[in-house]
Write a protein that binds this ligand. Structure first.
Ligand code: FE2
Length: 238
């Protein structure tokens, strides 16, 4: 039996956003205002009655509440007194062009990434998670990887449609959007999901494809104000 309420800081935890992962939670007090992001496919619950779920991959803001039950959650506490833009001066942050390469990602686009953090593994049937009409009924093992992103107000962060993992996003500071497009052009927008602090996109944008691939629409993050958000990636390992 794993011991309950294992809480550890994540590699990108810092002055602007304190970030921890908590696993095998049973009755964990959450002081102050805490964004809770459920990493697991089972629901999490606050202790308050009536009990309502924090569903798989979704989030809430707990205010002086107790987390009664959760398999694995990220706990985020933002310092609202600090300007969000200062986060990129914390250790390990890089402009995305320094990660992806300047030929892939333009230096003129304000997009910065924190160090990444491993967050254990999840066993799940990707087809069932992604809402396929006929899920395979076969659980697979995914390594969970977490990171923060920053983008400045008014930035289109770049339309893309390729990932070899399942991703979701949770807003921490500022206001932005996750957007879907029919073509790699902002005029072809067909879905606009507004992101405010504490909101996560609980339904990944992808479907399962052939040979363990994931099929994404053209999509991007757009920052309406200076924004910090959490990306959650599920990487297939078996
Ligand atoms: Fe993406």
């Amino acid at each position: 039996m794993p011991s309950i309420n294992q809480v550890r800081p994540l590699a990108f935890s810092g002055r602007h956003v304190r970030a921890e992962i908590a696993t095998d939670v049973k009755g964990l007090p959450l002081p102050g205002r805490t964004i809770v992001v459920n990493l697991d496919t089972t629901p999490a619950f606050l202790a308050n009655e009536p009990r309502t779920p924090i569903p798989a991959l979704s989030s809430t803001i707990a205010v002086g509440a107790t987390l009664e039950q959760a398999a694995a959650v990220v706990l985020l506490r933002a310092d609202d007194d600090r300007s969000a833009a200062g986060i990129i001066d914390e250790p390990g942050w890089q402009h995305f062009s320094d990660i992806a390469g300047e030929t892939v990602f333009p230096r003129s686009t304000s997009l910065f990434r924190s160090p990444q953090a491993g967050a254990g593994v999840a066993r799940l049937d990707p087809a069932a998670l992604l809402g396929a009409a006929q899920p395979a009924g076969r659980e697979r093992t995914f390594a969970i990887r977490l990171m923060l992103w920053f983008s400045a107000a008014g930035t289109d962060c770049g339309i893309h449609n390729r990932h070899d993992f399942i991703e979701t996003h949770a807003q921490i500071l500022g206001y932005g959007r996750m957007q879907k497009f029919t073509e790699p052009d902002t005029v072809s927008l067909y879905e606009d999901i507004l992101m405010s602090p504490g909101y996560a996109t609980p339904v990944p944008f992808c479907a399962t494809g052939p040979d363990d691939t994931f099929v994404y629409p053209w999509h991007q993050y757009r920052a309406d104000t200076d924004c910090v958000w959490l990306a959650v990636e599920y990487h297939l390992t078996d």
